[in-house]
Design a protein around this ligand. Structure first.
Ligand SMILES: Cc1cc2nc3c(=O)[nH]c(=O)nc-3n(C[C@H](O)[C@H](O)[C@H](O)COP(=O)(O)OP(=O)(O)OC[C@H]3O[C@@H](n4cnc5c(N)ncnc54)[C@H](O)[C@@H]3O)c2cc1C
Length: 123
């Protein structure tokens, strides 16, 4: 939350008070209401949310999880295999950077990983 003028060059202001609520309308203007009741009108708001794994399978299977500041993710190796042999995890469930390109790439990597493990099993 910006509040005080801390940097003349960037016009960035840091406000360390907690935000209690937002007022206004989605089409604007929006006011941020601070802990002491101060209201600050803003043009845009960027939030970082916490996430949680939606499906129960990884936990039920006993896949190792990693705790991150944003929430738990499933631990995977470079081929997206979890701590359980033959179980793969791709996309948001296995990374903190949530984006379609990353999730798509993860799927492709996991596919190659599965293929390699099947070929190795034949040897
Ligand atoms: C509001 C919002 C905006 C975003 N905008 C962008 C953007 O502009 N660009 C970008 O690159 N990324 C964006 N993202 C992130 C992107 O959507 C995700 O990173 C991406 O969709 C992750 O793909 P995924 O396959 O890992 O998970 P998901 O897309 O969440 O797919 C998981 C699927 O599993 C299904 N599922 C869950 N549980 C079960 C179950 N028990 N049985 C069967 N199916 C189940 C769900 O219904 C879902 O369809 C945005 C995300 C959000 C929330």
């Amino acid at each position: 939350m910006h509040g005080q003028d801390n940097n003349e060059n960037t016009q960035v202001r840091i406000e360390e008070q907690k935000i209690t609520r937002f007022e206004g309308h989605v089409d604007g203007p929006v006011e941020v209401v601070l802990n002491d009741g101060t209201k600050v009108e803003v043009k845009s708001i960027f939030v970082v949310t916490e996430f949680r794994i939606a499906s129960p399978f990884a936990k039920e299977l006993g896949c190792a999880l990693i705790s991150t500041p944003r929430g738990e993710i499933v631990q995977t190796d470079e081929w997206k295999m979890t701590s359980l042999s033959g179980v793969y995890a791709a996309g948001d469930i296995s990374r903190t950077t949530h984006s379609i390109p990353f999730a798509t790439a993860d799927g492709a990597i996991a596919g190659v990983g599965v293929h390699q493990s099947l070929v190795a099993d034949e040897d």
